[in-house]
Unconditional design. Sequence first.
Lengths: 367, 339
Amino acid sequence: MAQVQELRVGIVGCGKIADGHADVLKFLPGARLVAVCDRELLLAEQLAVRAGVPAWYDDLEAMLAAENLDVVHITTPPGVHLALTRQCVAAGAHVFLEKPLALTAPDCAALIEAVESGGRRMSINYWPNFDPPAMELKSMLTRGTLGDIVHIEAFIGYDLSGAYGQALMGDPGHWVNRLPGKLFQNMMDHIFNRIVPLFPSGEPDIHAYAYKRRAAVMGNETDKLLDELRVVMKSGGVSAYGTLCSHARPISNTLKVFGTKNTVEIDFNLRTIILAGSQNYPSSLGRLFPPFEMARQYFAQGQKNVVAFRHHEFQFFAGMSRLLELFYGALRTDGPLPISYQEMLSVAYVMDEVIAQVYPATKGGAA
Amino acid sequence: MKILVTGAGGFLGKVIVERLLAHGQTDLRAMVRDTAKADGIRQIAAKYPDATVEIVAVNLRHPPEIPAAIAGCGIVIHAAAALKGSAAEMFMDSVVASRNLLDAVMKAPATRIVLVSSFGVFGVAVLDRFAIVDERTPMEERPENRDIYSHSKLRQEQLFWEYRAKQPYELVVLRPGVIYGPGGGHFSTRVGLNMFGTFLHLGGRNPLPLTFVENCAEAIVVAALEPTANGEVYNVIDDDLITANQYLRLYKRQVKPMRSIKVPFSVMMLLSKVVERYSTSSKGQLPAVFTPYKTRVMWGGNRFSNAKLKGIGWKPLISTKDALAQTFASFKAEPPKLK
C-alpha cells in the first residue's frame, strides 16, 4: 500500500467545537494534530492536555512559525476567520474552517480570494452533508432517481436550553449574541448548504420571516435574539422552504427533496433516507401496501446503521471524518475539493439576504 | 474588614455568607454572576440587620468588572466554579475566571484569598485501596484521565500556587469532599450512577467523604479567619462518615424506594477495561465513560482524615446522622422534576 503523507494539523480556537475536531483527528489516518492555539492560553492548554497534543500556544503567528503545519482548522468565532485565514495562508498552510465562513458574503469572497491567491486550498465544516444518508442522496441525484427537483424543505431544530443554547442565553456578551444575525447566523449554514447546491445557478428570490416565540424577558442583549426563522426561496423552477425552529419537539434535523419522479426525506438525527410512499394499486386495497413498504425501508436503513456500527463507522461526527478524508485527499493529490467555493459563496449570499430581512437594524453591522 | 464571597448565589456560597454573619462578620460583599440568585442572599442578610451585605453582579470571565468588586476587601473567599457544561466552558468559569481574579488581587492591597478547591485534585488512582487521603496525598498527575470537573479544579488550584510562587500573598486552600444538603444533588457518583432507569450501586462499602453544606461552610469560614492558616491546605469532611451502602439504604428508606443493582469493584474494573478498549478500537464510536483509571479513583475506596481541620478549631455544626435526616427529608419534599 502506498505510504500516505501524514499531514501536520493545528487548531486555532479551543472552544467547544474544537473538541469535535480533535476527536475526529485522533482517529483519522494520515493526519496528526500537533498543536493547538487559543488567545486564552489556559483554554489551549486544557485541550492539548486532554487530547494528548504536544504543543499549545496563545499566538497563531508563533504556532505557525514553530510547527510547520500543513493544515490549520480555524474554529474561532467567524469575526476573525478572514484575518486568521490570511495569516495561515501566508505561512503556507491550507485551512479548514468552522461555519459560518465569515461575517458577510463580501468577507467570504475575500477569504476565498486570500486562499486562492496564496496558492492554498480550503474547506468548510458542512459535516452533516457528508453523513452516509446525505452521501446516498448525492448518489440518487446522480442516478436520476428523483427526476427533476421541484421543491426542497430543510428543517433544523435548536434547543435553547441545551449545552450550546445555555451558553449563549446565559451570557449577553457571548459572541453569538454579537453576530449581526445572532443565533440564525451561527446555524443557518446547515439550512442553506442543503438547498443551494440543488438550485439552478443565479441569485434566488428570498423571503425571510422571523420572530421571538419565547416569553422570557431577561432585560439584556439576549432579548433581541429571535428564535424562529422561516425562509421561502425560489430559483428557476425550484422552490424551497428553510426552517430554523427552537420550540418544536423532538428537535428535528431533516431535508426533504421533492422531484418529478420521487420524493425523498433524510433524517440526519436518525441517519435514515426514505423514499416517500405512494399508492401504486387502485382502491382501498392499494392503500394497504405503502405503509409496509415504508416499514421495509426503515428496517433496511436500521440494518445499514447496525452494519456501520459493527464496522465502527457510526460516530457522531462520521460526516466530519468523511469530509476531512476527502479534503485532505484533495490536498495530497491536488484533486477536486469536496465543497466548491461557489457553493460557499452562494450560501453566504443567501445568509446575508436573510439577515438583512429579519434584522434590518443590523444590516451591514459588524459583530 | 470587608470579606468578599464569589459564587455567593450558589449552593455552598449562600451558606458561606450565612456562616460569616453567624461568626459576627458585619461587612460582606456577595458576588453573583446572575442577579436572579441574589434573593437567597437577601433573605439570609435580613436575619442580621446590623450587618451590611452588599450584592455585586460580576462575570469573572470579564476582567474589567473585577477590580471594583474586590476593592476594599481584606479577604476573598473564592467559591465560584463551574459544575457543568463543555470542557471549554468549565475551564472558562473555573480556571480562566480564577486567573482573572488573581490578576486583579495581585494589583490590590494585601488580600487573603481562601480557595474552595475539591477532593477531585488528589491523585488517588495511584494509592492502594483504602489508603488514607489527607492533606499530604499528592495531587493528580494525569488530569487527562479524569473527568473534566476534576481536571478544571486541579488546574484552578495549581494556578493559585503558581501565582503564590511568583508573588507571595496569603492563601488558604480548602478541599471539600462531597458537599450535600437540602437543594443539592441526591447522589454523588461515588455511590453510583443512574443508567437507563436503574441505579448501578458502585460504591459498596467505601466510606463516603461527605460534608454537610453547613459544616463545609463553617470550615471555610474558620480557616478564612484563622491567622495561622496562611499557605495551608485543609481537607473538609465530616465525622462519623457512612459508607455508600449505608447511604443508599437510608435513601431508599427515607426518600423513596428505588431499584438498584450492586456492581462489585472487580466487575466494574473489568467492565471499564472493556469499555475503554472498545472506545479506542471503535474510533470513539462510544465514549470511554468508564476507564480503569476513573473507576479506581471513584470506586476504589479510600479513608479520610479531618484531623488538620480540627486542629484550627473546626467542629461539625451538625452530626452526619442529623444532617442526613434533614437532607433526606428535604429531598422527599421536593416536587417531582418537570422535563
